[in-house]
Design a protein around this ligand. Structure first.
Ligand code: ATP
Ligand code: MG
Ligand code: MG
Ligand code: MG
Length: 464
């Protein structure tokens, strides 16, 4: 029998603990780092160490870090591998071992411990990283044509315009080796899945963009738990692994649907519910409450998407607490806090679901009217009314619009938002938008980096 998700997590942590890494618990989804809203990668809690602002108690560490990435929200349920909530398994070296050792262990773990056939693994390196290329070819023995050189966009990591940075090397699993090695295209996700990323932090970048070698070179890695589970459990996507499928099935049961015979769009709805419910359970358990700004807005938006997807597949009663129960039961052994916070989780969900359902009926009627009236575009004014009066996140309006072949005038919507913010300021509401503005800029500066997990929703700084 294949390893369960829990066994994969433990196997990873044990492997690195046996090799001198200190196992540490997952940090909260609410990061201490003020430049990102949510924890988006395993390295985030260690960022001050990598930046040289803090000394580590250990030269090596290993974690399974819960992460949220809203930049992948549109991919959820549509690709086989993307989630908003997922766990990133990581091994870290703080000025200790480096490239050759990190690669050797990634290979041993993949092929010996998890038993992936070596001929099914393809790797990428940064195009200028001849050192990594040579290690894979000469020390590991991967044929040169299965080592792909990639550009900076995917294979060079930095944490901002200056500071520590370096090339990455990714490991991919090949689902269809029978297709041969003539046309290896790692973007082809019907054939390949990226499951492990190794970051070699070896340079410091100065303000002019010059790279100088770091005295203390670091290793930062991330392996997707759900992706490794998909590979080892031989299921068609992350959603059908034991980490998520029971949630999908609970939702299907409530809807009176048989997942195995359901059509594609129904499956997408069920997968979105399965994904988002895990996200919201962990977010609430980590102390986030629904609101109209920041991470509270991310939470609200996720809950509303769950409710809407439920309605699309015919669920016309409150159901989020029932699916949440399955999600809690699934993760309580690894994350006991979700059971400890069960009451808060369920009451927050209940309140939010009821609130949204109440306005949804009326809102959907208006939305339908708008969709019948417009042939090309929903105006900013209409999108704003849906948002402001009926609680439709604009991203949701956009999604529905796209389903019907329409667009949304986002500029017009932004203008309406601005006008409302101005009214808010005029009414002397005391929310410091300047600080939020600074945070937005900082978060934007992180874009283009490998771990830009968080894209600001356009309505980030909204006040009500
Ligand atoms: P992809 O190219 O597939 O979007 P990525 O390159 O953005 O992945 P990294 O930032 O390198 O991902 O994160 C390290 C690892 O974490 C990935 O190799 C993958 O296994 C996992 N991972 C990243 N994003 C997600 C996600 N949205 N859902 C599930 N697993 C993820
Ligand atoms: Mg990605
Ligand atoms: Mg990638
Ligand atoms: Mg990657």
């Amino acid at each position: 029998t294949p390893l369960s998700g829990a066994q994969i997590r433990q196997t990873f942590l044990d492997f690195f603990a046996q090799r001198g890494h200190q196992p540490l618990p997952s940090a909260s989804l609410v990061p201490e780092d003020p430049t990102v809203l949510l924890t988006i990668a395993g390295m985030l809690p260690f960022k001050p160490i990598f930046l040289g602002q803090q000394k580590s108690e250990f030269p090596r560490a290993t974690t399974s870090q819960k992460c949220i990435r809203t930049n992948d929200i549109e991919n959820v349920g549509r690709t086989a591998r993307h989630h908003t909530f997922f766990e990133m398994l990581g091994n870290f070296s703080f000025g200790d071992y480096f490239k050759s050792q990190a690669i050797a262990w990634a290979w041993e773990l993949s092929t010996k411990t998890f038993g992936l056939p070596p001929e099914r693994i393809v790797v990428s390196v940064f195009e200028e990283d001849d050192e990594a290329f040579a290690i894979w070819r000469d020390e590991v023995g991967i044929p040169a044509h299965r080592i792909q050189r990639m550009g900076a966009k995917d294979n060079f990591w930095n944490s901002g315009p200056t500071g520590p940075c370096g090339p990455c090397s990714e490991l991919y699993y090949d689902f269809h080796p029978e297709l041969g090695d003539d046309h290896i295209d790692l973007e082809d996700d019907t054939r390949f899945i990226e499951y492990y990323n190794l970051v070699f932090m070896q340079y410091n970048q100065d303000i002019d963009g010059n790279l100088t070698p770091l005295q203390n070179k670091n290793i930062d890695t991330g392996m997707g738990l759900e992706r490794m589970a998909q590979i080892l459990q031989k299921v068609p996507n992350n959603y059908e692994t034991d980490l998520i499928f029971p949630i999908v099935q609970t939702a299907a049961k409530i809807a009176g649907i048989d997942y195995s015979t359901a059509d594609e769009s129904t499956k997408v709805s069920l997968k979105v519910i399965g994904d988002h419910i895990r996200a919201v359970v962990h977010m609430i358990a980590d102390g986030i409450t629904a609101s109209n700004e920041g991470r509270g807005y991310v939470l609200r938006r996720l809950i509303r998407r769950v409710v809407r997807q439920g309605r699309l597949i015919g669920i016309d009663r409150d159901f989020t607490t029932d699916v949440a129960e399955t999600a809690i039961a699934l993760s309580e052994s690894a994350y006991p806090n979700v059971r400890m916070k069960e009451t808060v989780v369920k009451s927050e969900l209940k309140i939010e679901e009821e609130r949204f359902r109440k306005t949804l009926d009326r809102g959907e009627k208006l939305l339908e009217e708008i969709l019948n009236r417009e042939t090309k575009q929903i105006s900013g004014k209409d999108a704003f009314e849906l948002y402001d009066t009926y609680g439709f996140p604009v991203e949701l309006t956009e999604e529905v619009a796209i389903e019907k072949g329409l667009t949304v005038d986002m500029k017009g919507f932004e203008a309406e938002m601005q006008a409302q913010r101005q009214r808010g300021r005029d009414a002397h509401k005391t929310i410091d938008l300047t600080v939020q503005g600074t945070l937005d800029t900082l978060a934007e500066n992180l874009q283009g980096t490998e771990f830009l997990g968080y894209k600001q929703p356009s309505t980030q700084a909204e006040i009500q």
